[in-house]
Design a protein around this ligand. Structure first.
Ligand code: UD1
Ligand code: CA
Length: 481
């Protein structure tokens, strides 16, 4: 049997609340965990359901919240909640924004509950449709249900309704099955029901939760499906919960990578954002932070104590105790310890950035090395070249940045200064301490330093009586005897 065209799925995300307990100038749903705002996580899971319509209800800090939603999920319909408070009013106004002929299911999510996942929602929707219910919600058993709505059931466990904590009797408050705030409804039934709900309660709000008893009273089937994974319904109301939910999300992300074949030695000190990809048999050592669009291929080693932001690490590369932003680490290349790799840097295959090196917009060719104590900025190095210890690329003349080119098979001596713009051509050498101001021809040796000469007796003459003069005097005596 083909589905009627009016069937289908809409998702409503509630995000109009104020989030007072965050004590923040940033709207609550825009606070990030795992590199994405709370509302982005909820938009992502909404998007994963393949709904025809996704709606977000906003009010507090309307412009900022609406803009963040539009940037992340431009197809989302923004619905403005009026001055009537409550989750019921928020959903009612969202339903008014749906096409009149849409008669499918409506999933309701909270913009501040980011751990709900695709599989749980799909299970909830499937059960809702299979049982022919008008309302299905996700509940959980909490040892301490304080603050949450309670699920009312008859002696034979039939659902009777939901009571908010502030409206509950002492006996009802002892109920430990709580409303998770995640629902599936039949659109038309919900819209008709919300029209009958008032704000006659302890908070003076139009409660979405009042729909349960009303739908039951008019003969519709309603049930709460309890989950044992209580994190799925965890909401963020203050900074402590933001940290708790963020840590749990990180634990779930780490677990997902472990299940895909990544060795993560210490999940508690490894922070991996939602958009990061990691290949199998890669080893992530403690104290590692992987941000943004970072992707790590297989058989790599990252860490300990390493931060990668929007960075590509290719097969078999090794990055230890370093910070890397917007760079490419080539196949089998190595970085660190203690280096800082800045945007635009691309390391070729089997190349090396060693200890205490800062690189910015540096293209380092295959098998080339910058092993020790260097700054390399705005530079292109060919293949199989070596940059001596302590070498600095002087890319900035105080006004403009300039480019430096080092060819293939070049040996830059220790403690050179390459004054940009300058080119060191293929196969050339530079002597230790050279300040390279002019292009170096291919295959030549460049020496920019004065020949070494000695002024005999200078110390005795200019620094008489000093400890150096005394040492020199003793040396003279030993030589004479
Ligand atoms: C709600 C439920 C409660 C449930 C709990 C789960 C109601 C009446 N109560 O309580 O049974 O246990 O969630 O977390 O629904 N919002 C709006 N407009 C409003 C009010 C709220 O968009 O006028 C949004 C909030 O921004 C938030 C969500 O709805 O994203 C839930 O609102 P909140 O005030 O946190 O509901 P609770 O009182 O916690
Ligand atoms: Ca809440």
């Amino acid at each position: 049997m083909s589905q009627r065209p009016s069937d289908g799925l809409a998702v409503v995300i509630l995000a109009a609340g104020q989030g007072t307990r965050m004590k923040s100038s940033l709207p609550k749903v825009l606070h990030p965990i795992a590199g994405r705002s709370l509302i982005q996580h909820v938009l992502d899971v909404a998007g994963s359901l393949g709904a025809e319509h996704v709606l977000a209800v906003v009010r507090h800090e309307r412009e900022r919240v609406a803009q963040a939603i539009a940037e992340h999920a431009p197809d989302t319909i923004i619905v403005d909640q009026d001055e009537v408070p409550g989750t019921g009013r928020a959903v009612e106004q969202a339903l008014q924004a749906l096409p009149d002929d849409f008669d499918g299911s409506v999933v309701v999510l909270s913009g501040d509950a980011p751990l709900i996942d695709h599989d749980t929602l799909q299970m909830l929707i499937d059960g809702h449709l299979a049982e022919g219910r008008k309302m299905t919600l996700l509940s959980a058993l909490f040892d301490d249900p304080t603050g949450l709505g309670r699920i009312l059931r008859s002696d034979d466990q039939r659902m009777l309704g939901i009571v908010e904590e502030k409206d509950a009797t002492d006996e009802e408050r002892r109920i430990t099955e709580v409303n998770g705030g995640i629902y599936v409804f039949h659109r038309r039934t919900l819209q008709d029901t919300l029209a009958t709900i008032d704000t006659n309660n302890a908070q003076g709000e139009k409660y979405l939760t009042d729909a349960a008893a009303r739908i039951l009273a008019s003969g519709g089937a309603v049930d709460a499906v309890a989950t044992t994974d209580t994190w799925l319904i965890a909401g963020v109301n203050d900074r402590a919960q933001l940290a708790d939910v963020g840590r749990e999300l990180n634990r779930r992300i780490v677990r997902k990578h472990q299940q895909a074949g990544v060795t993560i030695q210490d999940p508690s000190t490894t922070w991996i954002e939602a958009g990061v990809s990691i290949g199998a048999d890669t080893l992530i050592l403690p104290g590692t932070y992987l941000h943004g669009a970072t992707s790590i291929a297989s058989n790599a080693i990252v860490g300990p104590d390493t931060t990668l932001v929007d960075t590509e690490v290719r097969e078999g590369a090794h990055v230890r105790r370093s910070e890397v932003h917007l760079a490419v680490i080539g196949e089998g290349a190595s970085v660190g310890p203690f280096s800082y790799i800045r945007p635009g840097t691309e390391l070729g295959e089997s190349s090396k950035i060693g200890a205490f090196v800062e690189a910015k917009n540096a293209k380092i060719g295959d098998a080339s090395k910058v092993p020790h104590l260097s700054y390399v900025g705005d530079v292109t190095v060919g293949t199989d070249s070596n940059i001596g210890a302590g070498t600095i690329v002087a890319n900035y003349d105080g006004v403009k940045k300039h480019e430096t080119v080092v060819g293939d098979g070049v040996r830059i001596g220790s403690k050179n200064v390459l004054v940009a713009p300058v080119t060191v051509h293929d196969g050339s050498y530079t002597a230790a301490g050279t300040v390279v101001r002019k292009d170096v021809p291919a295959g030549s040796l460049s020496m920019g330093v004065l020949p070494q000469r000695h002024i005999e007796g200078w110390v005795a003459d200019k620094r008489p009586g000093s400890s150096s003069a005394k040492a020199a005097e003793r040396a003279g005596e030993t030589q004479e005897s």
